[in-house]
Unconditional design. Sequence first.
Length: 281
Amino acid sequence: MSLNNSELSRIYQNDGFVCPVPAIGKDLASQALEKIEAVEAAHGGKWPSEYALKPHLVYPFLDEIVKHPTILDAVEKILGPDIICWQCRFFIKNPGDGGFVSWHQDISYWGVDISENILTAWLAFTPATKVNGVMKVIPGTHKLKLLPHREGAGSALTVRGQEVDVDVDESQAVYMELQSGEMSLHHVKLFHGSDPNESDQRRVGLAIRYMPTRAKPLDGLPKDSVTLVRGVDNFNYFHHEFPPKRDMDPASVEQHKRITDTYKIINDMAASRLHETISSQ
């Protein structure tokens, strides 16, 4: 989908998502997939759980992807010129593994201002189809407030097994199918989820969370960390992360552990304050 600035922004503001959007292209997606599978092979066939969050801090090829100009050009049309990457995380479904993602809103436990314009870019390294468990969304639900979520009721693929605590009309679902190297963009309040992989092909995607530098963390939480990917940060609400010089270099591994340990504390605190956050809307 080739859209000018006003068209992409209009669709996003109206529907809460845009799909498909050009991203890194098939060739780079294929090269990245080879590197992903090499890491998996070195860790028993699965992506290492200790690097589930923010793997771009220890693998340079992922740092390059979260800073890819084609991705950021599209994100800038929605967020403006000053952009930080708050986090990225793999969502991988192998044939028959039963993995699914329950209906939820992304920002429930992030510990950032829920009124701010924040989005997720979901990047496909393999084709993402309805049969292999592509993401599905309910258009327009980003215009709702942040709603209560049940923990442990949904998928293990989400950090806290969270599921939005309302009935969702599945007949309204739109499946955001992608070719390898394409991405979708969705608002953090948009209802979204995905079904199990019923195909014989694996589905590999990376969710990259972008926000404008003006996005504020909630008061009273430890200071979180982000990667500045475009423009300038005149607010300094977050610590700035440094990129890895090579795969798993010691300084980057130490940084990653420190940052992800802090995020676990932030996530728990934000979860404990969810009712307060919802009430303040």
